[in-house]
Design a protein around this ligand. Sequence first.
Ligand code: ZN
Ligand code: ZN
Length: 365
Amino acid sequence: MRLALRWCRLCRPQRGGGRGGGNKPWMNGKLLALWSYTKLLLKSLYYNSLNNSDTLLDCVFEPIYWIVDNVTRWFGVVFVCLVTLLTTSVVVIVYLFILPTIISTYPAHWVVWHLCCGHWLLIMVVFHYYKATTTPPGHPPKDNIHIPSVSICKKCITPKPPRTHHCSICNVCVLKMDHHCPWLNNCVGHFNHRYFFSFCLYMTLGCIYCSISSRDLFLEAYGAIEVRHLRQIFPSPQSYYQTPSPDYSFKETTAHKSVIFLWVLTSSVAVALGGLTLWHAILISRGETSVERHINRKETIRLKEKGKVFRNPYHRGKVNNWKLLFGVEKRSHWITQVLLPSSHLPMGDGIMWDCTFTRRDPMAI
Ligand SMILES: [Zn+2]
Ligand SMILES: [Zn+2]
């Protein structure tokens, strides 16, 4: 308070500007003093020693964040419906047009292989998508404040265990938060990270399988559609072709269009989701989540400037990181818990984390 008063006194213009300042009107000085007092009063209402440019930017962009969060929350439901609808349409097209062709034209052993592989991928995709959307990612306990924590969440006003971050869309703290996924309408965290990754992996494999299996039918359908289109431009077959092209029935035209839709959709998803899956596989190998990737990168630069090397305390070695994610404790688990549907819980509670080393500064060596 004493400092504030001194500041005011300094800011207050001197009456008359001293002996030689007789030209300055007294009213002007009084108005300036009043303005200084008003500014101080306003500043005292919202002054915070922790204010910085980041806080100011956060405040300015708060309405935009609010809109984005709400739109994402609302779009989450639409995205889940879209994934369900598109996956169902692909499965229906495969059952109606691809499988009958495979059964009627392929040798018996190839038919068996297609039936087994196709259905295995379908079961894995449906199981992991259902589990990823319905399994809560895990939240820190609100009633127990005696948990290992690294900070306090400013939004939830609860202790934040290591690797926990606040999701502004779900408006809750999430254990080992990876990201908020609008395609799942759920946060990806400690308890559903495995389901999320397995869904991405099996969906990519399923799309690659469909794309390869329907390639010949796609080329045939594309050729047929092209011929039909050219015939509309050149009505007389002789004007373009030496021999007349066959007339396609409504069922055949529908089949052609469905196969083209299937191939374009599955190929596009295979490329896009394949890239995302690969990125998450790299992160898992490094023992990082998507959030930690940004934090660790900043920390690496900060420590490099100090001549130190950053080491991720949650990196347990590539194979061990994968074992931790899939909850693999013995060799048979790779088959029963990774290649087959399994709803086992991940290792650990997501609150306590073993670090690979303990030093005064755990981030640096
Ligand atoms: Zn929180
Ligand atoms: Zn969320």
